[in-house]
Each structure stands twice: as structure tokens, then as C-alpha cells.
Design a protein around this ligand. Structure first.
Ligand SMILES: *Cc1c(COP(=O)(O)O)cnc(C)c1O
Length: 472
């Protein structure tokens, strides 16, 4: 593809992108592909000869698009959102065009300094104290791994990295029984052993019970273990529970534990000061992660990891072979030392485009609108005798089930709700997923797509009622 062909194809592509976003409601939200259907349409050996852009693009439209689940569809209510925006998409095109490796200051000075700037903007936007410093990671999972590695190194007085873990094999990490699976994964990767990840029980609203945490820590210490870290969830993945940070912070301070906050999804809500009650106690927190790639209109991947004292992170991760020695010395930031991978994409560019393109006031309004829609839906669910909410709705995730009179036992109710979700997903009109709360099958409606409006939520609620009552 020469540069003239690139120009022509690029224009055609942007036209397709704009049409796709304009017409996205015409697609079924969840892919209708059956397992193996896409693979069967692809040659099993690589092409020896070159293909034109048009040939590749035609195959993309015919084979790939029908096999996609449309995450940017306004009726995507599954999981948590991975929302995006036109400004973010355009910035990603530039990032790809520049194709820069942003590992060190010298390899891309502007990328490094734009990351410093956008992380500082984000810090102010969500109300973190001024001594937090940010770095963009690929995912919240990686950020949480960085936190647990830092906690491990600090607790072992920097010996674990040096000598391995032989003598440090009794370090314990705590998270609530509702915390994200990435915490347990990080404990495993950090070499602490899954058995040293202790799941703390939760209260009625699925937030961590601080008394249980204090008791667990005491019991572990009594049996010769070394508690090192607590991961508090602000917005658990199952039901968006908010762990009581202030009480947890207090316990961490008394026991000298690293406190990491996982606000992967809910962190975006902090842009509205009304929700800053969630971070009461933040002064005691060591590290904090939230994903602009979930609910802040910045496409995947862009995870913001904030640390109070970068020294621990740097001491844990930095390594300097001869071939990486570069300009700038101590006057510049080398983000390669702030994350696990060496190579780094220019991710701050899309964040910069998003924040500037909307402005903070508009971003705040968009998040507020999602929360309002969820609150209205929760109120409507509460008004129906044959539906019940299964968890509080502090933000924009609603957990509930259909419960018509006379349907017992429990497995029948679970099966009925499972059928309800599957029927809606098969219809293509909307996409929902589920979780289990106290053992019960719970439908999750997560509101947070960039273009979701009131009518989409109203249509969904009508569809749910109609489908459910027809099933019963
Ligand atoms: C989504 C989510 C994660 C994982 O995020 P990734 O960026 O995909 O690693 C972690 N914690 C919580 C609470 C989440 O909602």
C-alpha cells in the first residue's frame, strides 16, 4: 500500500467508521455468531500473495463485523461499559500513525510529558490529594499487580525481588469476598500463593465488613502470618458495592498495611463531587486505580494508576540495562519504570483529546445522566410486585430479578431469570449479563454507554417486563 492508496483507503475507512457509529442501532448488540463460525470463513494458511485494501476491507465487513458484539451500541447494558467517543477514536488513529514507543522520556518526550499533564488533570478531576502521582497502565489488573508487588517489596524490605520468596512465604493480602478476580490473580502472579489471599466477609450491602477485616488480620498475625496489603473495592464488579474506605484505612494504618483502592469502574463517578464520599479516608491510601477506558469515554486501553509515593513502585519495578540508558537523567520521567511492560503505547493522547473535546463540565453531566437513568430504573423496578432488586444501586448498576408469585424453589427462579436474560440477548435489542448475589441469580443492568439515552433504558424496561411475563 503506497501513500496515495493509504490516503484513499483512509478516507473510505473514516466514512465507514462514521456510518457505523451513526447506524449502530441497526446491529444486534450481542454477536449472533456460533462457535467456530468466523474461523471457518478464514483460510487456514497465510496468504502468499498481496491483497488490495478493498479486498481485505470487504472481508472485514462480511466476516468480521457479523462476528462482533457491539460494545458501543446504546443498548449495551452488559458487564461494565467500555465506552468510547469520536475524539478518542481519532486520537487512536494518530497514536497508530505515529507508532511511537513511549517507554522513556527520550523515546517520546511529548508522550511522557502529556502523560504527566493528563494524569495531573485526572487527579484533580476526581479529587485525589495533590501528593498522588499518576501513570497510565494497560488495565486495572496490571495496576493492582503493581500495587501488590510494591506492597510485597516494601514489606520484605526489598528482599523479595533480591532473593526470591523463600523466606517471605507467609505474606497475606485481603480483599472482600466481592472484590474483582484480578486481585486474586495478582496475588498468584506475585508469588504469594492463592491461599494467602484472604476474602473478607461483606455486610448487607456487599461492602467489606471492617470488623471482619480487623479480626482476620488479628487471627493471621496470631498464627504467624504477615499481613501486607488490603485491596478496597469502590464499585465491586458484581453489584457495585462501595467498601467503607475510612474504616478500612484506619485498620491499615494501625497495622501498617499497604492500602490499594480498586475503583476500576466507579472512579469515573468521582468527577462529580457529590460522590466523593466514596473516597473519605483517601489521605491514608497508598495506591488507587480507575479505568477511563470503562466509563470515561476513552477507548480501551487506558487505566489510570495513582500512587502516593512513587519511590516504592520505582524501587520495585525499575531496572536499567546498558541499552536503555537514555537522556535526561533525574530531570525527566521514564515511565518504563512505572509499569510491568517496557514498551508503552501513546495512551495519554486519547485522554487529552477526550478531556479537551468534552471539557470537565460535560463529562460530569454525562456521568450524572447515566447515574440518573439507573436510579430511575431502580425506582421503577421497586414499584413492580413481581420484580425485586437484589442489591443497593449507589451509582449506575442495577441488580435485580424477576420474581413472580408462586415460583419456587430457588433453582426454578434462577432458571426463569436465566431464560429471561438469554431471550433478551437473543433478540438483539439489548445485551445484559448476570452475577450471583448471596447465591441467587441476579440480572445486572449497567448503564454507561456514550450514546445511551432515556429511551434506550425505557425500551429495555418494557422489553424486560414483557419478556418476563410471557415466560412465566
Ligand atoms: C473491570 C474491573 C477490573 C478489571 O479491569 P481491567 O482493566 O480489565 O483489568 C478490576 N476491578 C474492578 C472493580 C472492575 O470492575
Amino acid at each position: 500500500m503506497d501513500i496515495d492508496e493509504f490516503r484513499r483507503a483512509g478516507h473510505e475507512l473514516v466514512d465507514w467508521m462514521a456510518d457505523y457509529l451513526r447506524d449502530i442501532e441497526n446491529y444486534p448488540v450481542r454477536a449472533r455468531a456460533t462457535p467456530g463460525e468466523v474461523l471457518a470463513q478464514l483460510p487456514s494458511t497465510p496468504p502468499a500473495k498481496s491483497a488490495s485494501f478493498d479486498e481485505i476491507f470487504d472481508d472485514f465487513k462480511e466476516i468480521v463485523v457479523p462476528g462482533m458484539t457491539h460494545w458501543q451500541h446504546p443498548s449495551f447494558f452488559a458487564y461494565f461499559p467500555a465506552n468510547s467517543s469520536p475524539a478518542s477514536v481519532l486520537a487512536e488513529m494518530i497514536t497508530a500513525t505515529l507508532g511511537a514507543q513511549c517507554m522513556s522520556w527520550e523515546t517520546s518526550p511529548a508522550a511522557t510529558e502529556l502523560e504527566q499533564c493528563t494524569m495531573e488533570w485526572l487527579r484533580q478531576m476526581i479529587g485525589l490529594p495533590s501528593d498522588f502521582e499518576g501513570v497510565i497502565q494497560d488495565s486495572a489488573s496490571t495496576a493492582t499487580l503493581c500495587a501488590i508487588l510494591s506492597a510485597r517489596e516494601q514489606a520484605s524490605k526489598w528482599r523479595a525481588n533480591e532473593n526470591g520468596l523463600r523466606r517471605e512465604n507467609n505474606m497475606v493480602v485481603y480483599g472482600s469476598s466481592e472484590c474483582h478476580s484480578s486481585v486474586e490473580k495478582a496475588v498468584k502472579i506475585a508469588g504469594l500463593g492463592r491461599q494467602n489471599f484472604h476474602k473478607v466477609s461483606v455486610d448487607d450491602s456487599f461492602g467489606m465488613d471492617p470488623h471482619a477485616l480487623a479480626n482476620d488480620i488479628m487471627a493471621d498475625k496470631a498464627s504467624g502470618k504477615t499481613p501486607i496489603c488490603v485491596v478496597a473495592a469502590l464499585g465491586s464488579t458484581g453489584s457495585s458495592a462501595i467498601d467503607p474506605l475510612l474504616s478500612i484505612a484506619d485498620i491499615c494504618r494501625r497495622n501498617n498495611l499497604w492500602l490499594h483502592v480498586d475503583a476500576a469502574w466507579a472512579g469515573a463517578a468521582l468527577i462529580d463531587p457529590k460522590y466523593r464520599w466514596m473516597i473519605a479516608g483517601i489521605e491514608q491510601v497508598d495506591s488507587f486505580v480507575f479505568n477511563p477506558h470503562k466509563w470515561l469515554f476513552t477507548n480501551f486501553d487506558c487505566s489510570a494508576y495513582f500512587v502516593r509515593a512513587p519511590e516504592a513502585l520505582l524501587k520495585t519495578l525499575s531496572i536499567l540495562p546498558e541499552y536503555l540508558k537514555s537522556q535526561g537523567g533525574d530531570d525527566v520521567r521514564n515511565y518504563r519504570d512505572w509499569s510491568v511492560p517496557l514498551g508503552r503505547r501513546f495512551r495519554s493522547l486519547k485522554l487529552w483529546f477526550v478531556i479537551r473535546s468534552y471539557g470537565v463540565a460535560r463529562l460530569r453531566q454525562m456521568i450524572q445522566a447515566h447515574i440518573e437513568l439507573a436510579q430511575e430504573l431502580a425506582a421503577q423496578i421497586d414499584m413492580e410486585d413481581d420484580f425485586e432488586r437484589l442489591a443497593p444501586t449507589p451509582l449506575a448498576l442495577v441488580c435485580f430479578r424477576y420474581r413472580p408469585a408462586g415460583v419456587d424453589p430457588k433453582w426454578k427462579l434462577d432458571a426463569l431469570n436465566e431464560a429471561l436474560v438469554e431471550n433478551i440477548n437473543l433478540s438483539g435489542a439489548a445485551y445484559l449479563t448476570h452475577t450471583r448475589l448471596r447465591g441467587a441469580y441476579a440480572i445486572r443492568i449497567s448503564i454507561g454507554q456514550t450514546t445511551t439515552e432515556r429511551r434506550h433504558v425505557e425500551d429495555l424496561w418494557k422489553l424486560i417486563k414483557k419478556t418476563a411475563r410471557a415466560l412465566a
